[in-house]
Design a protein around this ligand. Structure first.
Ligand code: SF4
Length: 1007
């Protein structure tokens, strides 16, 4: 701790009342029980056995992780594409070796597109950021989009064309395909994921014309089918739904994790968080109120004012009851009395909000729940206000969803399919278990699989074709509101892969074979010849094609059709539910070490998934975290480890998809449990009728929720038993009454340092994080990892508390174990003015810069780790192993190859030294140099954006010169809800927080 003398013990922030610290916050059940295990995480830097020498197996595992973490690939691929790329406006026309160049591109996932700006060095992509001009990203990028970069360099990616498991070539494949008797297409089927590429749609139309009896099926394991079916039920037509979260005052989410894995672009968080920023008194009245009804504790649930937990199967009855309360219409359903109070208060609140209300339904809920949401929105006048619609693209000859896949699997098994062309995806892993897709594939004489990995589907198909990464190939993608972005490649295909449009061109024997020609010609042929070149260049520069927005439609709800829809039977017994993984999605990111090691936003688990159960279920069954259970239904069976999740619905089990893959690659193979083994086509999202029993086995879970636990001493003069709160929040009512309420939650003794105090003049860096806006999405965690060459360490090392993330997300619960709320808090290095780490460093490896940065001189550090021991925020990380050098030696890889994924502006740290957040000092230096080269004399801190700040979809992070009264950070720090964590230690952190403001419904908050 810093050397301070306590002069007087008394509140610096005079308050007549004892400090109003609010409720107690806890990170885990162990903390609540104050177990010795938890005390160990608080008091020790690492657990007692952390220093144990790695055995051979652990070491091998760790090295495998490092392989993918560092993303190595062939040097030969480090070349620029031969086609001309137009740099973005902030790039430069003349090429300067060593300078970063930015290009626009687009990332597609689950039928959604997000526009990107990709930074490249010497023709290799090294950092992904959001494109501010793209309507679905608005300058931000999700954690998955950030981490997709690592896939470019993944050495496990497929490199060879396989024919029946043997090495072949693209030439042999082309010859074979030409010889296929496809005729009128009777035995020909195509299977793809959601097609949102207009160029691919064009080629699809061509193929279906050429082979009129062929069929095209779209299937996504994390599908939007229910949303589409709900629109058809409500409106009689397929429309895309656009919730305008920023316009809504009262929002109800019916099992929709729109701030988390259910919405794979930053847009929902961008819009939602707009109403969560409070910069003035007027903003207090703009704060929205969020209600969430759900089974598992989602990120959206963590941001809710009011959360009602119930089985997923009960949500339909709840929605029907709400429909009855508001509209007087009723489908024959009942809802338990325990929900009535919540429902009555909610209905009243929605009714009062009227056109400022918004009801949204999640992808797991059946069509009727979506239809009821549309009906309520229309009734309240929200249509056109808080929710808008655009016409969905539909193609007559395309069937989509799990039923279409089931029909296809039936045709394959029945011998009706002679040629199946699978364009991307991994259906042998993601298809429901009852379809036996792998076995059905074996019955198809000519099965062709285009995929990025030699995965489960590749193993079952006759032909396997390596797929190019989206940053290696030309393409395009349409966002849900119709806006098209061109997918520019940054690098030649490293392993010789091709894209779906290029494979389609081979099949169609098109004149154009290259992605560039196919995409460019598709678009330019639609434009007047005179403007083609300029329009194309502008599209590449901006990252969006002008005037491609879909027209808004105003459909009308058909109440009779909704009333006639059959009602679900009431839930009974134990329900098993499936959710997308926040880290591996549907399994496609399983081999991505950045995502495997990014803690789940709620459970904080890394390297695996679990069967989540409620504390009540744990008590009833006598189960603890890591106990193995068997989930059985008919002949389907899954063994998985349980984890007790506070706030989970009772009598329900939730398990994330995307784990337990046998052929994921060296990083992801057999990590976690494969929920797909018990997921069936008739119970795609949740199902009852499972028998559940303990197997007696145990499993070690790598859970980081207690790592970084900080000491929260009792208040010095308080008569309350509460501790000094690290995370602070209050209601807007309290805040209106007393703007000092956040500040008064702590008492700071009058302190004087024994060191002379510096005058922090001129340019001084600081950060403010608005806990009211931050949703806990963790995009900042991955952005920091990518920007700062932070290695992944593997499960074994995480268990020893050695994860290296410079920015961690702390998640606190508050309230009862069974039904708590949650709060998220990002924790970077606090860059303390009285930095306690600096006082104890024997070699002055960590010192203060004149601009207030707590700098690290890596080559001076001798690894005593005194600084980490003395850091009250636990944000320093020690390189116990030489993550870089060991790997190079073992795999005999040229050191130059390592450079491909690294940010060349950031030092790569070696064994035995300490590292931590630098406020992206390389970006500060870059801006400083730019000021000089621009001929300006004085650098005032303009234009510096840290990696975490840049990617944050909630705009929750402000950074800059705190001495500039006009800077955003300075203005935020002046707000009354600004506070410093552990202020009583007088370390004077430059990173401060703005207390979270909540807007609860008084009728429910009091209960
Ligand atoms: S601060 Fe980090 S976790 Fe919070 S919303 Fe921004 S990116 Fe997500």
């Amino acid at each position: 701790m810093s050397l301070v003398q306590i002069k007087t013990v008394g509140a610096r922030h005079a308050s007549p009342d004892p400090p109003a610290t609010g409720p107690e916050y806890w990170r885990s059940l162990d903390q609540l029980a104050d177990t010795p295990e938890f005390r160990q995480w608080v008091q020790r830097e690492f657990p007692e056995d952390a220093a144990a020498v790695l055995d051979g197996n652990s070491r091998r595992t760790m090295l495998k992780i490092m392989a993918a973490s560092f993303g190595l690939a062939g040097l030969a691929a480090c070349s620029r594409p031969v086609y001309r790329l137009a740099p973005q406006a902030r790039g430069r026309e003349d090429y300067i070796p060593g300078a970063p160049y930015n290009y626009t591109s687009v990332f597609s996932l689950g039928g959604h597109a997000s526009g990107l700006v990709v930074q490249t060095y010497e023709g290799r992509p090294s950092k992904i950021e959001g494109n501010p001009d793209h309507p679905s990203s608005l300058g931000a990028a999700t954690a998955l989009a950030q981490a997709s970069l690592l896939g470019v360099y993944d050495p496990d990616r497929s490199k060879t064309v396989f024919d029946s498991g043997k090495d072949s070539s693209w030439e042999k494949f082309e010859a074979a395909i030409k010889g296929l008797p496809l005729g009128d297409g009777s035995g020909l089927r195509f299977l793809s994921e959601s097609v949102i590429s207009p160029t691919l749609e064009g080629l699809r139309a061509e193929a279906l014309k050429k082979w009129p009896k062929a069929k095209w099926v779209e299937y996504e394991s994390i599908s939007r089918e229910n949303e589409r079916a709900g629109a058809i039920l409500a409106f009689g037509q397929a429309v895309n739904v656009h919730p305008q979260f920023d316009k809504a005052k009262v929002i109800l989410s019916l099992d929709y994790d729109f701030l988390g894995a259910d919405w794979p672009t930053p847009l929902a968080t961008k819009l939602f968080s707009k109403n969560r920023h409070v910069d003035s008194e007027e903003d207090l009245d703009k704060l929205s109120r969020l209600y969430v009804v759900e089974s598992q504790f989602s990120l959206t649930g963590a941001n809710a004012e009011h959360r009602l937990r119930m089985q997923g199967g009960d949500v339909e009855a709840f929605a029907s009851r709400l429909q009855y309360t508001l509209l007087g219409l009723s489908r024959p359903t009942t809802v338990g009395a325990k929900y009535e109070k919540f429902l009555a208060a909610l209905a009243k609140d929605l009714g009062a909000a009227g056109s400022k209300a918004l009801v949204v339904a999640g992808p797991r809920q059946p069509a009727v729940v979506h239809a009821i949401a549309h009906q309520i929105n229309q009734f309240l006048g929200a249509t056109g206000s808080t929710v808008t619609y655009t016409k969905a693209t539909t193609t007559d000859r395309v069937e989509s969803g799990v039923d279409a896949l089931k029909t296809l699997a039936g045709e394959m098994t029945g011998g009706q399919v002679s040629t199946l062309i699978i364009l991307g995806g991994n259906p042998a892993y993601t298809a429901p278990a009852d379809l036996q897709f792998g076995a059905a594939l074996a019955k198809v004489a000519n099965s062709i699989h285009l995929g990025a990995y030699d995965d489960e589907t590749a193993a079952a198909a006759k032909w396997h074709l390596p797929e190019a990464h989206y940053l290696e190939t030309w393409g395009d993608a349409r966002s849900t509101d119709g806006v098209v972005a061109i997918q520019q490649p940054m690098i030649e295909p490293i392993f010789g892969g091709k894209s779906a449009v290029e494979v389609m061109a081979v099949l169609l024997d098109s004149e154009d074979r290259k992605g560039y020609d196919l995409v460019k010609n598709y678009w330019t042929s639609q434009w007047p010849a005179a403007s083609r070149d300029n329009t194309w260049k502008k599209a590449l520069n901006d990252g969006v094609l002008a005037e491609t927005n879909a027209a808004e439609v105003k459909p009308t709800v058909d109440a009779k059709r909704i009333q006639a829809a059959p009602a679900a039977t009431a839930a009974s017994g134990i329900e098993v539910g499936f959710v997308p993984s926040a880290t591996t999605w549907d399994g496609r990111f399983a081999n991505n070490a950045w995502m495997q090691e990014a803690p789940d936003p709620i459970t904080k688990l890394v390297w695996g998934n679990v069967a989540l159960i409620s504390p009540a279920m744990g008590r009833e069954k006598g189960w603890k975290d890591g106990d193995m259970i068997a989930l059985t239904r008919g002949n389907l069976k899954l063994e998985a480890a349980v984890m007790i999740q506070p706030g989970h619905a009772d009598n329900a089990v939730t398990i994330a998809l995307g784990y337990g893959r046998p052929r994921a690659g060296t990083v992801g193979a057999n990590v976690g449990f494969n929920a797909g083994l018990i997921r069936t086509s008739d119970a795609f999202w949740f199902s009852q009728g499972f028998s559940i029993a303990a197997t007696g086995g145990k499993f070690i879970l790598a859970n980081t929720q207690e790592h970084g636990s900080m000491e929260e001493p009792q208040l010095v003069a308080s008569i309350k038993p509460n501790k000094r709160p690290l995370v602070r929040e209050t209601t807007i009512e309290e805040y209106k009454k007393n703007a000092k309420v956040i500040e008064a939650m702590n008492e700071v003794p009058e302190l004087d340092s024994v060191y002379p105090q510096l005058k922090w003049e001129g340019l001084q860096w600081g950060m403010a994080i608005d806990l009211g806006a931050c949703t806990g999405c963790s995009a900042c965690v991955v952005a920091c990892q990518a920007e700062n060459n932070v290695p992944s360490v593997g499960k074994d090392q995480v268990l020893r508390g050695r994860e290296m993330h410079w920015l961690r997300m702390d998640r606190y619960y508050v309230g009862s174990v069974d039904d708590p709320r949650a709060v998220e808090q990002p924790i970077p290095c606090m860059q303390c003015e009285n930095a306690p780490c600096e006082n104890v460093c024997p070699v002055q490896a960590t010192t203060h810069s004149p601009e207030g940065l707590n700098d690290m001189a890596y080559n001076r550090c001798v690894g005593t780790r005194y600084c980490a021991n003395n850091c009250p925020f636990k944000v320093r990380h020690f390189n116990f192993l030489d993550w870089h050098k060991n790997f190079l030696e073992r795999r005999r890889i040229e050191p130059e190859l390592m450079q491909m994924v690294y940010n060349p502006d950031v030092t790569v740290r070696m064994r035995g030294i300490m590292e931590k957040c630098t406020y992206c000092v390389q970006r500060i230096q870059e801006a400083r140099i730019a000021t000089k080269t621009d001929g300006r004399r004085e650098f005032k801190g303009e234009g510096v954006v840290t990696a975490c700040q840049q990617t944050c979809p909630a705009d929750a992070i402000a950074f800059g010169n705190i001495n500039d009264p006009n800077s955003k950070v300075a203005k935020l720090k002046k707000q009354e809800r600004n506070y410093a964590m552990l202020a009583e230690l007088d370390v004077r952190p430059r990173t401060t927080y703005l207390g979270r403001l909540r807007n609860p419904n008084p009728e429910l908050e009091a209960s």
